[in-house]
Design a protein around this ligand. Structure first.
Ligand SMILES: Nc1ncnc2c1ncn2[C@@H]1O[C@H](COP(=O)(O)OP(=O)(O)O)[C@@H](O)[C@H]1O
Ligand SMILES: [Mg+2]
Length: 512
């Protein structure tokens, strides 16, 4: 590295506990000027806590923070800014009714009019795109994030900490953010990006520091490591990073979606002539920028959205009966003997009831099935036990309200319940969002098991690496249209990325 290796900030022996929980233990970490450091660790490994101490949100129980070799006290975000440290939190701290510019100067002596030129300079220098007069409530998540970063830089941040910034972005927005971060690093700023995604670490960072269970495991230059080694550092054991994928056995058409279209409440077209077939024993991936119609496709099939055109048919594997699903309610669909399971994106809104315990949430589905299968709580209790045991759900008991579980555990409960229903078509939307590596691989494994049992799996995902590795075919959607259906074994991220973003004049369907 020809980059100046002067230390910007050094953390020495930092520890922080919350009651019994040791969130950070004796962490030593340096950040150099002009580098992009990835702070990597599984959920709960202490990344946010550590950075919150650098940003003045928490104060360490022990240890010290040095800047340019001198110990400093950072007891508030104001202190942090005085030392040129700015942090972009996962939950943005913006005032909705204010414009970009008003948010940027909020609490400062500067007036918006006098700050404008300086803000524009920062914006253009690093390649941000932002309308300074737009109000926050009109902004996309990505715009809000951009605003937070510009705000931090305007306030003098030379060390910028971003907490899981890509979690809320589309792949294209991620690329834009990374370009900006590189520009800032070239300009001498230090950047810490918190993440648990290995491909991002490999792509953006110069160096990576790993936390595991609150302890600092080590740091390594990114170009000298690889995803397998980093995983081992992260979880403390070797785990197989290859997603299994068997050849589908005797795939049969199970669900045929033909030319469906629908509009939203404002009359805007959401889905436009969407067609695809899900086959038994196959995983059909659905790729696309989030909000391109994924939700409506799944909800159309599940009977939750009314379509204006087209047909949705289910072929019953028992007797070959062709069942029309269009314009049916979920209850009607079930009464027709259609074995459809759905893990929606909105877990607690549609999938589970937060203030019910695990047992009742297991019953919920059985009742919905309209079979009155469980007359007492024994079966749902057994099922709850089984889901907790087999999916390693962290919960005090099966009598705990689902609301009290962490996001990852909520997801496991929902996936476990849906799979337990023995579906013939299983639709899952972003099932590993927020899950750590081990839990994510457990979910991939469960989906593969379903595939082996002959279920037609429809997997809506955002991580293209996973979509390509796990799926047999990938349907790429954009703006409510199917842009192409490709053979997952023959495609690559580039091809899918292009299909996602490019508008095709003709229906250019590469049916695999
Ligand atoms: N304010 C808090 N009160 C109690 N426990 C907390 C608090 N913040 C974090 N923790 C706990 O500290 C540990 C580390 O959390 P965190 O720093 O958020 O991890 P990460 O950002 O790596 O996911 C977790 O066990 C978490 O539950
Ligand atoms: Mg965190």
């Amino acid at each position: 590295m020809d980059r100046q290796k002067s230390i910007s900030i050094e953390l020495r022996n930092i520890s922080k506990s919350f009651g019994q929980i040791k969130a950070n233990q004796h962490v030593n970490l340096s950040i150099y000027r002009g580098e992009i450091l990835a702070l990597l660790g599984e959920n709960g490994s202490g990344k946010t806590t550590l950075m919150n101490m650098v940003a003045g949100i928490y104060y360490p129980d022990e240890g010290e923070i040095l800047i340019e070799g001198k110990p400093v006290t950072i007891a508030s975000p104001k202190d942090a800014f005085r030392h040129h440290i700015g942090m972009i939190h996962q939950h943005f701290k913006l005032i909705d009714v204010f414009t970009s510019l008003e948010n940027i100067v909020l609490g400062l002596k500067d007036r918006p009019s006098t700050a404008r030129a300086a803000v524009e300079k920062i914006r253009d220098k690093y390649g941000f795109v932002l309308d300074l007069d737009k109000r926050v409530y009109e902004m996309s998540v990505s715009e809000k994030q951009t605003l937070e970063i510009i705000k931090a830089v305007y306030r003098g941040a030379n060390l910028l900490i971003l907490d899981e910034p890509t979690a809320v972005l589309t792949p294209i927005e991620v690329e834009k953010l990374f370009t900006i971060l590189r520009n800032m690093a070239k300009d001498g700023k230090s950047i810490i990006i918190i993440t648990h995604k290995l491909n991002e670490v490999m792509e953006i960072s110069d160096r990576v520091a790993v936390l595991r269970k609150g302890e600092y495991i080590g740091s390594i230059e990114t170009k000298k490591t690889n995803e397998n080694e980093l995983t081992e550092m992260m979880v403390g054991e070797k785990i197989e990073l290859n997603i299994e994928r068997d050849t589908p056995e005797n795939p049969q058409d199970r669900l045929i979606v033909k030319g469906i279209s629908c509009k939203n409440a404002d009359g805007h077209s959401i889905l436009h002539k969407v067609s695809f077939t899900a086959r038994s024993g196959e995983i059909l991936g659905i790729a696309g920028i989030s909000g391109s119609g994924q939700k409506e496709i799944l909800e159309s099939i599940a009977g939750l959205v009314k379509d204006d055109h087209g047909s949705i048919t289910y072929i019953n594997p028992k007797n070959g009966e062709v069942v029309n699903l269009r314009d049916k309610t979920p209850a009607q669909i079930r009464s027709l003997g259609v074995r459809l399971a759905f893990v929606p994106e909105d877990r607690l809104g549609m999938g589970l009831v937060g203030n019910m315990d695990l047992i009742d949430n297991m019953m919920l589905r059985s009742y919905r099935k309209g079979k009155g299968m469980f007359l007492n709580r024994k079966k749902p209790r057994d099922l709850a036990d089984k889901v907790v045991r087999e999916l390693h759900v962290a919960t005090p008991s099966i009598h705990t309200s689902v609301r009290k579980l962490s996001g990852g555990n909520v997801q496991k409960v929902l996936v476990g319940r849906e799979i337990a229903s023995g579906p013939k078509v299983l639709m899952v939307a972003y099932p590993t969002r927020g899950l750590d590596i081990n839990s994510s691989y457990m979910i991939y494994h469960l989906l593969n098991e379903q595939k082996k049992k002959g279920t037609a799996v429809i997997y809506v995902g955002e991580d293209l690496d996973v979509l390509i590795a796990l799926s047999d075919r990938v349907a790429v959607i954009g703006d409510g249209e199917v842009r192409g259906i490709v053979d997952a074994r023959k495609t690559n991220k580039n091809e899918i990325g292009l299909l996602m973003t490019k508008k095709n004049d003709k229906e250019e369907k590469k049916n695999a």
